[in-house]
Design a protein around this ligand. Structure first.
Ligand code: ZN
Length: 175
């Protein structure tokens, strides 16, 4: 089991380091990516995770295939369909943010169990390397655009509670 560190852990407040491109396929980096996927999978509500959240100060985040299904509505409608593959973003750089913003509900696997409203750009474009060291670009709107912004914030030592308003504590009910 891979532990997800919580608010107060120092790695969450360190600016994460770039991954040297020639090291992407190394055992060390591949293990970090695998651990991130495992940590994400262990959380029912996890849609994405950044490396600092498992205590690794590296510029990597992973978006769960679930996020894409939620984005299209497929996840809610039919939970039995196979989920899409996780997508790995290494050394991500947001290249474009729409001026158009909206307040979105947000939470974080490292800030249990607070939720709040954060103003995010409705659209975002990102450039990153995948887990094979190949550069790619991706544009997104809605939930995925929100995830790009939340996760790159993690790599810059920012937590959503730094920006959120109307923060509430909603621990899960035991049933
Ligand atoms: Zn987070």
């Amino acid at each position: 089991m891979v532990a997800i560190v919580q608010n107060g852990h120092k790695t969450l407040r360190e600016k994460a380091k770039e991954v040297p491109i020639h090291e992407i396929e190394s055992k060390k980096i591949q293990k970090v990516i695998l651990d991130m996927k495992k940590a994400l999978l262990s959380q029912d509500d996890g849609v994405a995770i950044a490396a600092p959240q498992i205590g690794e100060s590296l510029r990597i985040f992973v978006v769960s295939g679930r996020a894409f299904d939620i984005g299209t509505g497929d996840y809610e409608e039919n939970k039995s369909i196979p989920i899409a593959d996780d997508i790995v973003f290494i050394n991500p750089v947001i290249t474009k943010l729409s001026r158009d913003k909206e307040e979105m509900d947000e939470g974080c696997l490292s800030v249990r169990y607070l939720y709040g409203k954060v103003k995010r750009s409705k659209k975002a474009s990102i450039e990153a390397y995948d887990e094979n060291g190949k550069k790619f670009k991706r544009g997104a709107s809605g939930l995925l655009a929100q995830i790009f912004q939340h996760e790159t914030d993690h790599l810059d030592a920012v937590l959503f509670i730094d920006k959120a308003k109307d923060i509430v504590n909603l621990p899960p009910k035991n049933d």
